[in-house]
Design a protein around this ligand. Structure first.
Ligand code: ADP
Length: 195
């Protein structure tokens, strides 16, 4: 069972992916987390992409495809949740080829739908909460970077909705309700896709 969670920054992909890990034992593949880990560990690639990420731009397809390929080769029986990948049409094509090569199939692509004002409030709120609690704030969780992240999303990632619709695997979910309600609905969709 392999599922892509698609949606703009702040849609809740990471939160819901974590719930699917807990309820279905799936493995979460978040390119955002992988890139932040590379930055934290000070690898050459991590240092190279840190500024690009902080600005809110996308890092190159080559880098993220390489990260995903490594993980897919490791395999797992419960399936993968792709969170934040693919983000461009080139990445979507590369994922299709990698899944085929590794004998996996794509069961569902679920679009998390959230209005823009809510996204901005969620992300700016997340940064303020972290700051008040003395926790680290993501370098790209500020109004300026967020504007670019949203532009990148609509320009480069939103076309994937049409791409996966054409493949007959796209479903969507209203992601403006409570985390619990969305998690329950998503879990049902994932179970349904596996049968
Ligand atoms: P968001 O909350 O904006 O969805 P992520 O944690 O998924 O954030 O990603 C943060 C940043 O990491 C992105 O703005 C981008 O710079 C980089 N990134 C993550 N995944 C990809 C990808 N698949 N392709 C290109 N860049 C990516």
């Amino acid at each position: 069972m392999n599922v892509i969670l698609l949606g703009p920054p702040g849609a809740g992909k990471g939160t819901q992916a974590q719930r699917l890990v807990d309820t279905h034992g799936m493995v979460q593949l978040s390119t955002g987390d992988m890139l932040r880990a590379a930055k934290a560990s000070g690898t050459e690639m991590g240092n190279r992409v840190a500024e690009v990420m902080a600005r809110g731009e996308l890092v190159t397809d080559e880098i993220v495809i390489g990260l995903i390929e490594e993980k897919l080769m490791e395999g797992n029986s419960a399936g993968f949740i792709f969170d934040g990948f693919p983000r461009t049409l080139a990445q979507a094509d590369a994922l299709g080829a990698l899944l085929e090569k590794t004998g996996h199939r794509l069961d569902a692509v679920i679009a998390l739908e959230v209005d823009d004002e809510i996204l901005v409030n969620r992300i700016v709120g997340r940064a303020e909460e972290a700051r008040a609690a003395g926790q680290p704030v993501r370098a790209d969780d500020n109004a300026e970077s967020l504007k670019l992240r949203l532009t990148e999303y609509y320009k480069k990632t939103a076309p994937l909705l049409g791409y996966f619709h054409a493949k007959g695997v796209l479903q969507s979910i209203d992601a403006m309700g409570s985390i619990e309600v969305i998690a329950t609905e998503l879990s049902g969709m994932v179970k349904g896709a596996a049968t």
